[in-house]
Design a protein around this ligand. Structure first.
Ligand SMILES: [Zn+2]
Length: 313
């Protein structure tokens, strides 16, 4: 695989908690991939807040504080909480998401309406995977308190081509099932908004954690149905997740490992750069600045991450 030229990528956190070391790893990796290539490459900051029910202004501020602390520069996107709310919030792009939903509704059997409550779904399916209750009920699409779901047959498998993981077959019919594209309250779902935004920004490289492989598969499937050719050409880097030594995943709800508390404790971003340098087995790991990290980084070094599911912190 060759990287596109120029690369257009994005850093797209969700403001549902304080960012952790895993997010920093992802941001630095994205920045390195974009900035290490010659040409007019472009990095967006996008804060995916549309269905972030736990969104708080301090979580949005934390994104800016984190990027500044890391020295991760971006070429377009909000610079402050106020600018984000006034101009960049996904709330302002709801018409574009709704247009994509309307197009999906015209594709034969691409979506169906569903009026199940979460309680009913859990009662019918212990794993929480949607059991297909409303698939053949033929409910009207535009009725209040009705969700829209993408039709995903049980046997559906989506193949994702990935730089680091290789070719991955995701059994999306078994894992996610028919997923929501418009919530019951009428808000477009995260997957849909994210794909529509990626396409309108011209994104062609996406770097994200390996835990998001099912999301990628859902988005690829959605892009195939519309179709959104731009997204179908996107290249993916699903990097290993950072975990505690005992294998526990870092999470936004685990405050102790938040970058905010590390910053408050006086920890310098140098430690993140050196962690990345060690993880990639770079020749020189005692880097002091993100610029030095960029100097020793090469795309070849990413093969250290190939096929790995997690890295311990
Ligand atoms: Zn249903």
């Amino acid at each position: 695989m060759n990287l596109p030229s120029p690369i257009v990528s994005r850093i797209a956190p969700t403001p549902s908690g304080y960012l952790h070391l895993g997010n920093a790893f992802s941001f630095v990796l994205t920045w390195l991939i974009v900035r290490s290539q010659s040409g007019a490459n472009f990095l967006h900051l996008r804060i995916d807040d549309l269905d972030a029910d736990r969104k708080r202004p301090e979580y949005v501020q934390d994104v800016f504080d984190t990027l500044e602390w890391l020295g991760v520069s971006y070429d377009a996107g909000p610079r402050s909480v106020e600018e984000f709310e006034d101009v960049f919030s996904q709330r302002h792009r709801i018409p574009a998401y709704n247009a994509a939903i309307e197009r999906l509704c015209t594709v034969s059997e691409a979506v169906f309406a569903c009026e199940c409550s979460r309680m009913q779904i859990v009662a019918a399916s212990p794993t929480g995977r949607y059991p297909g209750t409303c698939r053949s009920r033929g409910l009207e699409f535009d009725v209040s308190n009705t969700a829209l779901r993408l039709t995903v047959p049980d046997e559906k498998v989506v193949r994702v081509q990935d730089w680091l993981q290789g070719e991955v077959d995701v059994a999306i019919g078994q894992t996610m099932g028919s997923f929501v594209v418009r919530r019951k309250d009428g808000i477009p779902a995260y997957h849909l908004a994210s794909v529509v935004d990626d396409c309108s920004m011209g994104v062609n490289v996406i770097v994200r954690g390996a835990d998001l492989l099912p999301s990628t598969a859902a988005q690829v499937l959605f892009a195939q149905k519309l179709p959104l050719l731009q997204f179908q050409k996107t290249q993916f880097f699903h990097h290993p997740l950072l975990t505690e030594a005992d294998g526990r995943k870092l999470s936004k709800s685990d405050g102790s490992l938040s970058l905010r508390s590390l910053r408050d404790d006086g920890v310098k971003a140098t430690q993140v750069y050196q962690y990345v340098a060690r993880a990639l087995k770079l020749e020189y790991t005692n880097v002091q600045t993100i610029g030095e990290l960029l100097e020793v980084f090469s795309m070849d070094a990413l093969k250290e991450l190939a096929g790995r599911n997690h890295l311990t912190v």
